[in-house]
Design a protein around this ligand. Structure first.
Ligand code: HEC
Ligand code: HEC
Ligand code: HEC
Ligand code: HEC
Ligand code: HEC
Length: 170
């Protein structure tokens, strides 16, 4: 009888450790610092200090799947003058002069078989921060959401949005 209890306790302990390891791996993946970028662009400076709206640079974020990154030309509208002497801004000018686009490292992305668009979300009033966190607190953009199916479906359930398989898999 005692041996059975002991084995049961041990099994429970191992199961507990397993869950802990999975959770730790999950939160490390989501919380780790984002990738280094070719130019040290800062959302806190541009969103907080300069006071720009997201749409200034991500113009189609209210409707497309991949709103994309601003062009070098758009950055240079300000940086012909603004902070022109700083090393990272010089790099920016070099890109412009060479006609070379900046190859930003991607942070968010979904597999092709998942149907997603920003459009229904922005229309329903879901904030950018609900999925991307507060950009003004991310000197380097990092992934704050797992992007796993359970994450999408969890919010859809809370917000009484569609949880039918075909809503996201067509
Ligand atoms: C001055 C232009 C500018 C403004 C304003 C701006 N962004 Fe960005 N954003 C960028 C650039 C450049 C990148 C790519 C470099 C990087 O990741 O830091 C980027 C990257 C991102 C990414 C990561 C994209 C990916 O998957 O790689 C997200 C998410 C994002 N921005 C959201 C926002 C939100 C939300 C706002 C408003 C709160 C905002 N941005 C305001 C220029 C801007
Ligand atoms: C419901 C969650 C959600 C909301 C709300 C949301 N996004 Fe996204 N965003 C995503 C996902 C998921 C991706 C990756 C899409 C893909 O790669 O197919 C993404 C990608 C991006 C990218 C990268 C685009 C690219 O071309 O690589 C930018 C920039 C971005 N979002 C900006 C914004 C801004 C700005 C807002 C608010 C106006 C916003 N997002 C609101 C989930 C969201
Ligand atoms: C609307 C004007 C405006 C746009 C558009 C803009 N910036 Fe800036 N940026 C500024 C200003 C102003 C500063 C200086 C802020 C400060 O330090 O007071 C700045 C600072 C910077 C810095 C220097 C940070 C440092 O202190 O080292 C870099 C690098 C930079 N921007 C890159 C970019 C890139 C890349 C883009 C395009 C994706 C961009 N900026 C678009 C206005 C802009
Ligand atoms: C923070 C909450 C939230 C998250 C996270 C979220 N969604 Fe949504 N989603 C919504 C809301 C709210 C709607 C709008 C429902 C409506 O219009 O009635 C919506 C609508 C949609 C629609 C349109 C459904 C239809 O039938 O018109 C699709 C497709 C979709 N989401 C896919 C996704 C995918 C894929 C993910 C994960 C990558 C995701 N969503 C993550 C809240 C969320
Ligand atoms: C709100 C959006 C949403 C709904 C609803 C949804 N899924 Fe998914 N599903 C996703 C996303 C996002 C992924 C990709 C997850 C990843 O890359 O980790 C995915 C991945 C999958 C995969 C592939 C597994 C993998 O590891 O890539 C299968 C199979 C799947 N879903 C089946 C279903 C079935 C069956 C239903 C209905 C019961 C359903 N999904 C409903 C968003 C959704």
């Amino acid at each position: 009888m005692k041996a059975k209890l002991l084995i049961g306790a041990l099994l429970a302990f191992f199961a507990f450790c397993g869950v802990l390891i999975v959770l730790l791996a999950h939160f490390r993946g989501a919380g780790a610092e984002g990738p280094a970028q070719p130019i040290a662009f800062s959302h806190p400076i541009h969103v907080e200090t300069v006071g720009l709206d997201c749409a200034h640079c991500h113009a189609t974020a209210d409707r497309s799947r991949r709103p994309g990154m601003p062009s070098v030309a758009l950055c240079m509208e300000c940086h012909e003058q603004a902070a022109a002497d700083r090393p990272e801004v010089r790099k920016l000018r070099e890109h412009r002069d060479a006609g070379r686009p900046i190859e930003w490292a991607r942070v968010y992305g979904l597999p092709w078989h998942v149907g997603f668009s920003h459009k229904p979300h922005i229309r329903a009033g879901v904030e950018c921060a609900a999925c991307h966190g507060e950009l003004r607190a991310q000197p380097r953009v990092r992934r704050v959401s797992s992007l796993e199916m359970g994450w999408c479906v969890g919010c859809h359930r809370d917000r009484t949005a569609d949880t039918d398989c075909w809503a996201c898999h067509r």
